[in-house]
Design a protein around this ligand. Structure first.
Ligand SMILES: C[S@@+](CC[C@H](N)C(=O)[O-])C[C@H]1O[C@@H](n2cnc3c(N)ncnc32)[C@H](O)[C@@H]1O
Length: 363
């Protein structure tokens, strides 16, 4: 009888005839593990997405020299990437020409609404966040987001790159707005004149608020890199007369004197200390009469497949430092910032809604 640690596998000899060989099951496990840990295939797909190889193939640039020219790449390594994409079935090769296969089709920019190419494009907001998973060890060692291994947050890094960053819209098409409609529906906006959407990104939440409440005006406040995307989205929604865009860091101060300061999906990215600093800035800007409206997200992995579920849970953990603060945790942070809870919404599985006001005036 074979020992438990061994198994029999069929292998092909060089001549092509099959024979039964014994392979130690640990050796087989080693092969399986390395297959699961492979970084080359994920990175080859990301190179294809970032260089928009499928777009170029669709536009008729189908040979290696042409693809190297239009993507400003080195021909030899690009050829190796294409060879691997052929092995994976993402592109097909006929002589010196390549074409997109059915499997490669979602890598076309025409399919960006599916979120696949933005997720794999290492120069895109979402792709950068995803690539930071290589620093998962940083999260495990420190409890902070993996991206912070680089000494900056994803947002600071995008901002430091200069120019306009794309908004989170590619992400929004693949995932709901985390029950963001609850913000417009549950809070009583009837007496509110103006709201600052603090960390409002490209304005999606502010736009939905303005569409639901035609008497409101809004300011989308975020880092300068998101200004162009926000202005464009607001123009497109024909809301430029009711919505302005202001740039800055919420650690340095906010436009003062507005009725409501909305923090939608902001605090989960920050440590308790930083969250309290952000809340203090909101309190300072809101003064004695303004409201700080917390609409915090709690992300949970609930995929039916266990491997997808545990992977999603890890991704959430490594993407944001604090994805799971309870309403009680948030109230405690608010108290540290001198704010008290004056209203609670119906908490959904992914959102907590809390309205806060200053305990006493800040000096
Ligand atoms: C997770 S997104 C939330 C976007 C939006 N509020 C929503 O609900 O979808 C976090 C936002 O905080 C912004 N942010 C990060 N650091 C910031 C800072 N120091 N000052 C202003 N905004 C900042 C980011 O640019 C990003 O748009």
């Amino acid at each position: 009888m074979l020992p438990m640690a061994s198994s029999q596998v069929r292998v092909k000899s060089h001549e092509g005839d099959e024979s039964v060989a014994r392979m130690d099951s640990v050796q087989q496990a080693a092969i399986d593990l390395l297959g699961k840990a492979d970084l080359i295939t994920p990175m080859a797909l990301r190179v294809a997405a970032t260089l928009k190889l499928v777009d170029h193939l669709e536009a008729g640039v189908t040979d290696l020299p042409g693809l190297a020219r239009v993507t400003r790449s080195h021909e030899r390594p690009l050829g190796k990437v294409l060879d691997h994409l052929v092995s994976l079935g993402v592109v097909e090769r006929a002589g010196e020409r390549y074409r997109v296969s059915a499997l490669g089709a979602p890598l076309s920019s025409r399919c960006d609404h599916l979120g696949v190419r933005p997720m794999l494009d290492v120069e895109h907001l979402i792709g950068k966040a995803e690539l930071a998973m290589v620093d998962l060890l940083h999260t495990v060692r420190t409890g902070a987001a993996a991206y912070e291994e680089r000494g900056v947050t994803l947002w600071e890094d995008l901002n430091a790159a200069g120019g306009g960053a794309p908004g989170m819209d590619a992400f929004r098409r693949t995932a709901a707005l985390f029950d963001a409609e609850a913000i417009a529906e549950q809070f009583d906006w009837s007496q509110v004149r103006d709201v600052v959407d603090v960390g409002g990104n490209s304005g999606a939440v502010a736009i939905s608020l303005l569409q639901a409440h035609p008497h409101l005006t809004a300011t989308v406040f975020d880092l300068p890199c998101f200004g162009p995307a926000a202005r464009e989205a607001i123009e497109r929604a024909q809301l430029a007369d009711r919505c302005e865009v202001t740039s800055g860091s919420f650690f340095d101060g906010l436009p003062p004197g507005r009725d409501v300061y909305l923090l939608s999906a902001i605090l989960a990215d920050w440590s308790d200390e930083d969250a309290v600093r952000i809340l203090r800035q909101c309190r300072r800007a809101a003064g004695p009469t303004g409201v700080v409206l917390l609409a915090e997200v709690h992300l949970r992995a609930d995929h039916p497949d266990p491997v997808h579920r545990t992977a999603a849970a890890l991704r959430i953990e490594a993407s944001m430092g604090h994805p799971d603060r309870t309403p009680a945790d948030l109230a405690e942070l608010a108290a540290r910032a001198g704010l008290r809870v004056t209203w609670e919404g119906r908490h959904t599985p992914v959102r907590s809604l809390l309205a806060l006001r200053a305990e006493t005036e800040l000096r």
